[in-house]
Ligand binder design. Structure first.
Ligand code: FAD
Length: 404
């Protein structure tokens, strides 16, 4: 039996290895780029956050997020780590649950997968793009610019649209749509957010640990704590990625309220500022030693205080205004950055059209899908790759197991 897998990314490689566990299966793994796992190689800032120890307990989204449970339960983070260990990868888990290769190099993950794919019953075809899939009787014909391939089962593992420069594309959605499947609206997620506030430019490059709250028309939409980074167009960093899902999708006034000293109360901060009133310093040093210097100056100015005002001349109201700026600073939001910059695509092919126990299409028998092309996306921190491994293995095992 021939199983054709379209896409040599995280889920496609996992699917290929699982299908090939049946020695009677011949796997054809098609990858349109010159190398396997191009996006995987860029994950986690080149470190590859390959899973999260908490992924078995949720952290997935989509019109029917529960669809992901079966695959994740069958091949959970613990089993995934065992699998990688068998492939020869050493890993290390951080306190947060994020797991990385011990080498701290995403390359290591790609390499052990590549080595494992070197099997007599797996043929890897790189630089080969599948342009069309046709169902012809009991088989599928996969068309490429170089010729045609006939397969008994097909797994679509083309990934999503996010990270376009690393290979994200519409290909998978188009192939599946042509076979009768439907997609939900695609949105960028795990993405930076743009702001109309001019102050971000002067803070470009500044990092701060903060508590961030997304508000839509004054109501809390999402919140998290962690590192924030200012960029020339807005706000970024892990804390923003975590709460970026569906921000600015839909009408309303969107803003991000930042607390730059989440562990220190307003009263404590006010007392510290009052102590500074005994000094001969000017307002530009009011927050020196407390926050990043540039951030401190911008916040003091945002509180309506000019830099050369002597601190001892500041009124109680002025000090309270500074505390307000530090503890609840509002950054107006306009839109997320585009799919180019996003790590993941929210939305995708309707999971209701697939069997969650096998990843097989309910519309076209013998057709399977896995990974980001489906309408499942995970939280920041290794959840998306866990979905790619789990769904890929389930699709591969199911496609490889069935008898003709
Ligand atoms: C910069 C960045 C950092 C990230 N970091 C992390 C992280 O640290 N942890 C985490 O969990 N997630 C991370 N992600 C998300 C994660 O990489 C993806 O969710 C995951 O790779 C999806 O796996 P996939 O197999 O569905 O798709 P992909 O890994 O994108 O693979 C799909 C493959 O299919 C190929 N393909 C597409 N169409 C065709 C066709 N017609 N014919 C042949 N081949 C085709 C593509 O070239 C691609 O190689 C990151 C994403 C980005 C962009």
């Amino acid at each position: 039996m021939i199983v054709g897998i379209i896409g040599g990314g995280a889920s496609g490689m996992a699917a290929a290895l699982a299908a090939a566990e049946n020695p009677n299966v011949q796997v054809l793994l098609f990858e349109r780029q010159a190398r396997l796992g191009r996006k995987l190689q860029a994950t986690g800032n080149g470190r590859c956050n390959l899973t999260n120890l908490h992924a078995a307990h949720g952290g997935y989204h989509g019109e029917n997020a529960a669809f992901a449970q079966r695959a994740i339960h069958d091949f959970d983070p613990a089993r995934t780590l065992l699998w990688f260990q068998e492939l020869g990868l050493f890993t290390v888990a951080e306190e947060s649950g994020r797991v990385y290769p011990y080498s701290d190099q995403a390359n290591s993950v790609v390499d052990v997968l590549r080595f494992a794919l070197d099997k007599p019953n797996i043929q890897v075809l790189t630089g080969v793009e599948i342009t069309k899939v046709r169902r012809t009787g009991d088989t599928f014909t996969l068309e490429t610019a170089q010729g045609k391939h006939v397969c008994h089962k097909v797994i679509v593992a083309c990934g999503g649209l996010a990270g376009t420069k690393l290979g994200g594309s519409m290909a998978g959605y188009k192939l599946l749509s042509k076979m009768g499947h439907h997609a939900t609206k695609l949105r960028p997620t795990l993405v930076q957010l743009k702001s109309s506030w001019g102050g971000v430019v002067s803070l470009k490059g500044v990092r701060a640990n903060c508590h961030a709250r997304i508000l839509r028309d004054g109501a809390v939409f999402a919140e998290s704590a962690g590192e924030l980074q200012f960029t020339e167009y807005g706000i970024s960093g892990p804390v923003i990625f975590e709460i970026s899902r569906d921000v600015c999708q839909g009408a309303g006034q969107w803003l991000c309220r930042l607390d730059f000293l989440p562990d220190i109360s307003r009263e404590k901060l006010l007392a510290a500022l009052q102590r500074r009133c005994d000094t001969a310093l000017t307002a530009e040093d009011l927050l020196t030693g407390i926050l990043h210097n540039r951030l401190g100056r911008v916040l003091t100015k945002a509180a309506g205080i000019s830099a050369n005002t002597p601190i001892r001349a500041l009124s109680q109201e002025a000090l309270e205004a500074v505390c307000q700026a530090v503890k609840a600073f509002d950054v107006p939001l306009t839109e997320p950055l585009g799919m180019d910059s996003a790590q993941v695509t929210a939305g995708g092919i309707l999971t209701a059209e697939f069997d969650e126990t096998t990843m097989e299409s309910k519309l076209v028998p013998g057709l399977y899908a896995c990974g980001e092309v489906l309408d499942i996306d995970g939280d920041c921190g290794g959840y998306n790759l866990q979905w790619a491994w789990s769904s890929g293995r389930l699709a591969g095992r199911s496609a490889g197991k069935e008898t003709l």
